[in-house]
Ligand binder design. Structure first.
Ligand SMILES: NC(=O)c1ccc[n+]([C@@H]2O[C@H](COP(=O)([O-])OP(=O)(O)OC[C@H]3O[C@@H](n4cnc5c(N)ncnc54)[C@H](O)[C@@H]3O)[C@@H](O)[C@H]2O)c1
Length: 261
């Protein structure tokens, strides 16, 4: 897909790797000037260094002061922000346990990044977009924010919250010409999921095959497929869409897919 983002300035969180990197690369490839931001400063500098016109900013989205400073830094360097992609997120691989055993610290760590971080970033960037007269915000939730699964109580709560938050902020920000939408990825091929699920010698390869048997398209998504859904939402042509959730999940949330039934 090709979109004209010439003159647009974008900020992507969690852009050092994975889906965030693909989103930032895709926005840049379509003409935007992109601020690659991430808590991992060294890696995000390295990632952005390959992209013409891009800047890198170290930014932990859970730290209110750092969010304010980071957003100011982006505005100073790019002259404003037209597009915000709230992509940074974490889950737990270690604590796949029932709610009665799920540790509070792990709950707080996940909710802090996946939900509170989005609130902090949206608040800081809305203060830039409102006087500018508009903008686009895309939140990256998860198919698990639409259909919950067992043993990931913090992640499903945070991502479910993000889905509802998208609709609520879209209502609040519409009078300011700020459109807020959400992409809900299904299981996606990244370095992380290759190591855990999909790569040669992955530690949970069998589990991944069982998971994919419930995905109608029978494969994980790619980072580029997630990035193009974001590109659709930020395209100038998508100016009448706000408060919407786009599932990019191979059909997993469309309904129960019983391969052998
Ligand atoms: N990979 C999947 O299968 C999948 C599926 C559904 C949803 N998602 C969502 O997509 C988004 C990206 O996932 P991914 O697989 O590319 O993840 P990833 O772990 O590969 O990358 C996440 C990036 O976010 C950064 N980050 C973590 N905490 C941060 C913080 N406090 N402040 C700023 N940056 C921070 C990390 O340093 C990393 O660069 C996440 O929101 C995730 O929940 C991923």
């Amino acid at each position: 897909m090709k979109v004209n983002l010439e003159g647009k300035r974008a900020l992507v969180t969690g852009a050092a790797q994975g889906i965030g990197k693909a989103i930032a690369d895709t926005l840049a490839a379509n003409g935007a000037r992109v601020a690659y931001t991430d808590v991992n400063g060294d890696q995000v500098k390295q990632t952005a260094s390959n992209v013409e016109g891009a800047i890198a900013v170290t930014l932990d989205i859970t730290k209110p002061d750092r969010v304010r400073e980071g957003v100011n830094e982006v505005v100073k360097q790019l002259g404003g922000i037209d597009i915000l992609v709230n992509n940074a997120g974490v889950n737990t691989a270690k604590h796949r346990v029932n709610i009665d055993e799920f540790p509070l610290e792990e709950w707080q760590r996940i909710v802090d990044v996946d939900l509170t971080g989005t609130y902090l970033m949206t608040q800081a960037v809305a203060k830039v977009m409102i006087p500018q007269g508009g903008g686009r915000i895309v939140n990256i939730a998860s198919s698990l924010g639409i259909v919950p699964v067992r043993l990931q109580c913090a992640f499903i709560a945070a991502k479910g919250g993000l889905v509802h938050w998208t609709k609520g902020t879209a209502l609040e920000l519409a009078p300011h010409n700020i459109l807020v939408n959400c992409v809900a990825p299904g299981s996606t091929l990244t370095e992380g999921t290759k190591g855990l699920f999909y790569g040669e010698g992955a530690s949970e390869r069998d589990r991944a095959q069982r998971l994919l048997s419930h995905v109608p398209l029978n494969r994980p998504g790619t980072c580029e497929e997630m990035a193009h859904a974001v590109l659709f939402f930020v395209a100038p042509e998508s100016g009448y869409i706000t408060g919407q959730i786009l599932s990019v999940d191979g059909g997993w949330t469309a309904g129960g897919f019983f391969r052998d039934f």
